[in-house]
Design a protein. Structure first.
Length: 310
């Protein structure tokens, strides 16, 4: 199924973030696993007393602590199943600001967005980026907010890696997913890992000791263990029992590299064909920023998944 034409969104990310998403996004991940112990390595999440007043979009801010750092979660009230929106690398919850009110109106569902560690209003975590930490952060926040089962997870770009690990490690929490030009294990072949690492090495070297933006710092954190992390990611698979809708951009994250773009499309197709409960949708006239270019398609597929899992 192919989307219809819509004008491109006017907002675009900074040049640094473009580098992050265009060259790394398909393969990189974020930061955390929910903890139930109080060891130094893994402290339980704690929800702060009360939430901030509702914002102009009708959402409330909840600062949740996990493993010693605070994370910002934004909740728009509604019924279950909860819809959780997870932005790509170098981005925060504001990426979804136009989609949230539209989804709330169309579905009536509770909608949760959040800032990964080091992004938006969430505190940074020093050291290399680890997907296990990112999973822990998301899991901790959802647990504190009561979204412990039948979640509809919407993951853009880098967040696809977090979604894959979360769904595998916590069966039952995710009822279905919409993967928006998402990083998939199928893409992380040795050839693509090497190509992406080589393509970004100059940028990484230039940033060392000079990273000024949050996106710069995340790029360095992800690049630190990129090769072994991606090799590990390639060995796992999305749980067959969890339905998924894939939305693939027309341009892919690699609009200037035919080789990488083809590998990206092949990975999306391989994932989609691996189980009967998966669907592949191509968003016509879209860059990698499908939520900005084609929010109509993203909203429609989320609505479809919500109906499927209810």
């Amino acid at each position: 199924m192919t989307g219809t034409i819509l004008s491109s969104a006017t907002h675009r990310r900074t040049a640094t973030a473009v580098v992050l998403t265009a060259a790394l996004t398909g393969v990189l991940a974020g930061c955390g696993a929910p903890s139930t112990t109080t060891s130094a390595a893994s402290a339980p999440a704690a929800k702060t007393a009360g939430a901030s007043p509702a914002t102009a979009t009708g959402s409330s801010l909840h600062m949740i602590t996990n493993q010693g750092h605070r994370l910002a979660f934004h909740v728009t009230a509604g019924h279950l199943p909860a819809i959780v929106l997870d932005a790509g690398g170098g981005l925060d919850s504001s990426y979804w600001k136009n989609i949230v009110p539209a989804l709330a109106k169309k579905t009536g569902s509770e909608i949760i967005t959040y800032d990964r560690a080091g992004m938006g209003a969430s505190e940074a975590v020093p050291g290399p980026w680890k997907v296990q930490n990112a999973v822990s952060d998301l899991r901790a926040g959802l647990t504190a907010l009561g979204a412990t089962h039948d979640v509809v997870l919407v993951s853009h770009s880098e967040a696809g890696e977090i979604a894959t690990y979360l769904t595998r490690e916590h069966p039952g929490q995710v009822a279905g997913a919409v993967l928006v030009d998402a990083s998939l294990p199928e893409f992380a072949t040795d050839a693509e890992i090497a190509r992406v690492a080589a393509a970004t090495q100059a940028r990484v070297d230039a940033l060392k000791g000079h990273a000024t933006t949050k996106a710069d710092r995340q790029l360095l954190a992800v690049a630190a263990n990129f090769v072994p992390d991606q090799r590990a990611y390639h060995k796992i698979a999305w749980p067959a029992a969890v339905p998924a809708i894939l939305i693939e951009s027309a341009q892919t994250p690699f609009p200037t590299s035919a080789t990488d773009a083809r590998a990206w499309r092949d990975a999306q197709a391989e994932f989609a064909h691996a189980a009967p409960n998966r669907q592949l949708v191509v968003a016509a006239n879209s860059s990698h920023d499908i939520p900005l270019d084609r929010p109509d398609i993203v909203e429609a597929q989320i609505e479809a998944m919500v109906k499927t899992v209810r």
